[in-house]
Design a protein around this ligand. Sequence first.
Ligand SMILES: *Cc1c(COP(=O)(O)O)cnc(C)c1O
Length: 425
Amino acid sequence: MISALEMYDPQIYELLTQEKARQSGAIRLIPSENYVSKAVMQASGSCLTNKYAEGYPGKRYYEGQQVTDLIENLAIERAKKIFNAEHANVQSYSGSVANIAAYSALLDPGDMIMGLSLTYGGHLTHGSKASLTSRFYKSVPYEVDAKTGRLDYDRIEDLAKKHKPRMIISGATAYPREIDFEIFGQIAKKVGAYHLSDIAHVAGLVVAGIHKSPVPYADIVSTTSHKTLRGPRGGILLCKAEHAKAVDRAVFPGLQGGPHLHTITGIAVALAEADTPEFINYAKQIVKNAKRLADKLLEYGFNLVSGGTDNHLILIDLRNKGIKGRKLAKALDRAGIVTNFNTVPGDPAPPSDPSGLRLGTPAVTTRGMKEPQMDTIAGLINKVAQNIDNEAAIAEVGKEALLLSSQFFVPEHFIIPRKNNNFVE
Ligand SMILES: *Cc1c(COP(=O)(O)O)cnc(C)c1O
């Protein structure tokens, strides 16, 4: 396939080769990113990209669905199994679309939603001013405590009692602690609201049983397939049987046309991989690595939001270091260490140039890195921060980062063993 690309479009071929080299050479610490396995890559780059399949298995609007129905049903059954859910929809094009579908399944335009504020670690689609979701729905955001960096469930309950939202959203994009989905479920019940739980980031930790699953406590659970869950880019919705019809209708025909069957095929493979002991070990190591990286950063005098982490991500508050997040993120990128700048709770600086840096361990854990490598990475981050205006020193860190990276396998060699699988065939 790639040689046809090389012949037909050498420009794109060359660029893809460069990106592959970047992904192999860099220490990738963006917490929402990962490396998919070779099997997932093959499945998502398959002939299913040629197929239209509007509708659902057994109820399509186009013919020729002999194979697509079987594939989508496999993806659905595997999602239901690993999340222990009554119903699954695997058609959402992304996590954002999955959230909008969840709203439209249960809400009317103008209803009030209550999610975590964007600048306090929530997602755009949780009712941010910048998102369409705040134009269709009234949005009353809750925040994490700016001092502790943690969710204050009593305050969230008070806010919910005061505003009586129709839906409360649990889940975050930049929150380093385990979220108590059960309490969110109780708060929602008390005020008569639906509970949507968005586990886009921590889905892999939930599948592995490291974080408590929201499935028993939420009306709908949304997730991406490509973060810790380690599939191709897409969205999954899980719900109770009573909401199954509304959720399916909200995705198609409510929001989308033809599903991306090639992506669904890749998701099916990723869900099989997630149903293995190897995946559980990987998820456990993600958290061990994040904790170790956090400990070492603390030793170097970095302030961490909430003082540490329970999951795969770390949020550094750089104010005591006198460096802005963007400047450090760009310097680290020049050294081959890829992170993203991020607001911290109560950030006095704007999201375009905030006070924080967000990093996470899923991608480096997939490559097999463990605690000793986290020590090295923390040292390299510290060196860049200490030499923020010294390009020669940053280039030296770049060499060390490449040396570390070169000792760990690249995704094209990465195959998950299938022994011990017992998913539905
Ligand atoms: C990443 C993320 C999403 C959106 O996913 P996309 O696939 O980028 O649309 C939704 N919710 C949360 C909490 C996220 O972190």
